[in-house]
Design a protein around this ligand. Structure first.
Ligand code: APR
Ligand code: ZN
Length: 374
């Protein structure tokens, strides 16, 4: 029995900006009050983790990356009531405290207890549960999943169906709600509509699935890596565009293809330029543009001011606007009941100790999602 004791295990540490991750032996403290220690089973590699490791986001080093995780509760701290040891759970990069302004509002999901923007890398009591070689190691995004054991606040844990296949459902912790949810829940893509999706990686692919499931009649996919096109077409993309092979700006091409602009545009890359291209691809009057990608810290967005009044909607969205603890477990159940199929989003599965190979595949643009297995 490990409860109440410090656990020594393997974890990946980003020691400094841009350095390769190092697999180290770390000490993981027991959970304090209203915290949960989780034995990780699988974790996805998300674009946001790569941004974080490269130092593009405001985050404290050294830290343990990863936020898209599935695991089993090992032990709980005092006062934890929503999960117990042995429960299958997902980590949540956006918690749901059920007490703050966002949680109490009917629409908001960006809980005030989140630790993404900005990221302190600490638990709610402003301390860390990780130590390596006598040094304090920071957490990331209320999760830190590139480790055999992690500690997270109870408000950042979703209990899921006991039948969930743990080698796969980690992507329902982030990629699936972020992409699929942005289309079906946040934008509420309408039947027969025209959509454009910038970025056909993990998140973009999940957006395409959501557009397709909502009955969109045309889905334009944009990516600079044409290797992503065949899979995107299989998921529902009807037209593929590589901005590097176009003679005109991509938004102009989308305008010409659709004559009036799209009903729904999604950005799933995290760059100001593609955010503006998505915005300018929308119908001037009723077009809706959703920003899904996480942009680098301090980057700015510059829009033509007079054009704003024509009526377009610009909306940011994280985790599909879902109240995370309330809604994300249902996506797991929907998967078990064959109402959504997440399998096409998983292209690779590798053991945790092949983390470097997984990142190589990711950087080479070969993956939609690579899942690491513990
Ligand atoms: N124009 C078009 N496509 C681009 C460009 C560009 N300038 N730059 C990159 N891409 C494509 C890549 O080729 C890749 O297919 O965007 C895709 C990004 O996908 P992933 O790297 O798989 O990242 P993903 O996990 O999908 O996350 C995408 O959403 O959650 C955020 O922070 C995350 O910003 C990231 C974005
Ligand atoms: Zn809250």
């Amino acid at each position: 029995d490990t409860s109440g004791k410090t656990i020594t295990c393997r974890a990946a540490i980003a020691w400094k900006t841009g350095s390769t991750l190092a697999i180290e032996e770390v000490q993981v403290d027991p959970p304090k009050a209203r915290e949960v220690r989780i034995k990780m089973i699988s974790t996805g590699i998300c674009g946001t983790d790569d941004h974080a490791v490269k130092g593009l986001l405001s985050i404290n080093f050294p830290f343990i990356p990863g936020h898209e995780g599935a695991g089993i509760v090992e032990s709980i701290g005092e006062g934890v009531s929503s999960v117990k040891p042995g429960d299958k759970v997902l980590t949540l990069a956006i918690p749901q405290c059920r007490e703050c302004s966002s949680c109490l509002h009917p629409k908001g999901n960006f809980c005030e207890k989140q630790d993404v923007l900005p990221s302190s890398g600490l638990m709610l009591d402003k301390t860390s549960r990780f130590t390596c070689k006598g040094k304090k190691i920071y957490h990331s995004f209320r999760a830190s999943t590139f480790t055999e054991y992690t500690v997270v606040p109870e408000i950042a844990v979703a209990k899921i169906d006991a039948a969930a296949p743990m080698d796969k459902v980690s992507i329902i912790s982030c990629e699936v709600p972020t992409g699929y949810g942005a289309a079906v829940n946040s934008a509420k893509v309408t039947r027969g509509s025209t959509c454009v999706v910038f970025g056909l990686g993990g998140v973009g692919s999940a957006i395409v699935m959501g557009c397709k499931a909502s009955g969109a009649s045309r889905i334009i996919g944009v990516d600079i890596n044409e290797e992503k096109f065949p899979r995107a077409r299989a998921l529902g993309v009807t037209d593929c565009l590589n901005p590097r092979n176009l003679k005109k700006p991509v938004q102009q091409v989308v305008m010409e293809m659709t004559r009036v602009g799209v009903d729904f545009a999604f950005e799933a890359i995290g760059l100001s330029d593609t955010m503006i291209a998505a915005w300018d691809s929308c119908h001037r009057s009723y077009g809706v543009c959703l920003m899904v990608g996480v942009a680098s810290s301090n980057s700015q967005l510059s829009l033509n001011a007079p054009d704003i009044i024509s009526g377009r909607t610009l909306k940011g969205v994280c985790l599909g606007d879902y109240k995370t603890r309330d809604c994300i477990p249902q996506l797991v159940t929907d998967y078990l009941q064959n109402k959504i199929n997440i399998d096409p989003l998983i292209t690779h599965q590798l053991p945790f100790d092949q983390l470097h190979k997984a990142f190589e595949l990711y950087h080479a643009g070969k993956t939609i999602r690579c899942i690491l297995l513990f």
